[in-house]
Design a protein around this ligand. Structure first.
Ligand code: IPE
Ligand code: IPE
Ligand code: MG
Length: 248
């Protein structure tokens, strides 16, 4: 897919691809004197609702960070709960996605997952592979550095001697999708936390203190409206842009 450092992407008012770091589940639960895992449960419901809203709006790709390569460092109990929740939703919630014509993809390193999870991932992807609606990509055991390295290693294995963007691109985790137009991080932190390092090169970044379990349609529209005020120059000057894309 088109690279923003090679060609200038087409302009759209509505982001075609939104990438989200769903952060703040633990703090949401803590505020309510609930165990952290209650925040993860609620967070999953919010993801389901947001996916439906994005699909209705006409967003083509929604990519969400569910579990990072660094999240294995969490207490075993929390990791175990998250894995259980992941498996359960692969088995149950995917049917609804399929019914609504959505496509599900999982990106990340599958080698550390239990065989039941890997089987669940493969079945869910196969079930929804031919759907033409919104593509929901869940990043699980995903890290931006892992992605770049695995792509580089795959490219080198083909016998390529010098890597360039074209050689690397087909092996990157989101190779079929356009680069994200809008990045949203909930939960108040203003960092990327090893999410899509390569693909966010020219993405518009939006940070909000809203905790993920509280992120609703109004909060999403706030992010989209912020996106619509941005002047996307891709290296050019403001004066070089068509007048309707220039922002005061
Ligand atoms: C994000 O919420 C979900 C995952 C990382 C799985 P957190 O669990 O990081 O919530 P906070 O940041 O502790 O509030
Ligand atoms: C980022 O959230 C990863 C996910 C949302 C899955 P974290 O809560 O793990 O991020 P850091 O470690 O605080 O930056
Ligand atoms: Mg967090």
């Amino acid at each position: 897919m088109t690279s923003s450092t090679q060609t200038i992407p087409e302009h759209r008012d509505l982001p075609r691809h939104i990438a989200v770091i769903m952060d703040g589940n633990g703090r949401w639960a803590k505020k309510r004197l609930l165990p952290r895992v209650a925040g993860h449960k609620k967070g999953l419901e919010v993801l389901e609702a947001l996916t439906a809203i994005c699909s209705r709006l006409g967003v083509d790709y929604l990519t969400v960070f569910a579990f990072s390569t660094e999240n294995w460092r969490r207490p075993q109990e929390e990791v175990g709960f998250l894995m259980g929740l992941f498996l359960q939703s692969l088995q149950k919630r995917v049917k609804k996605l399929h019914k609504n014509g959505l496509r599900l993809k999982i990106i990340g390193d599958r080698s550390r997952f239990a065989p039941s999870i890997v089987a669940g991932i493969e079945a869910a992807e196969a079930l929804t592979a031919n759907n033409t609606g919104l593509t929901l990509t869940i990043a699980a055991d995903y890290g931006g550095r892992w992605d770049i390295l695995q792509a580089a290693n795959q490219a080198l294995a083909t016998g390529v001697k010098v890597l360039d963007e074209a050689a690397l691109a087909p092996y990157l985790a989101l190779s079929e999708a356009p680069e994200p137009d809008l990045f949203i991080r909930t939960g108040g932190e203003t960092r990327i936390s090893n999410f899509l390092l390569w693909q966010l090169a020219y993405t518009e970044l939006y940070f909000t203190p809203v905790l993920w379990p509280d992120f609703d349609e109004a909060a999403l529209m706030h992010a989209v409206h912020s996106f619509q005020t941005r002047e996307r120059r891709f290296g050019r000057t403001s004066e070089q842009l068509p007048i309707h894309l220039q922002r005061p």
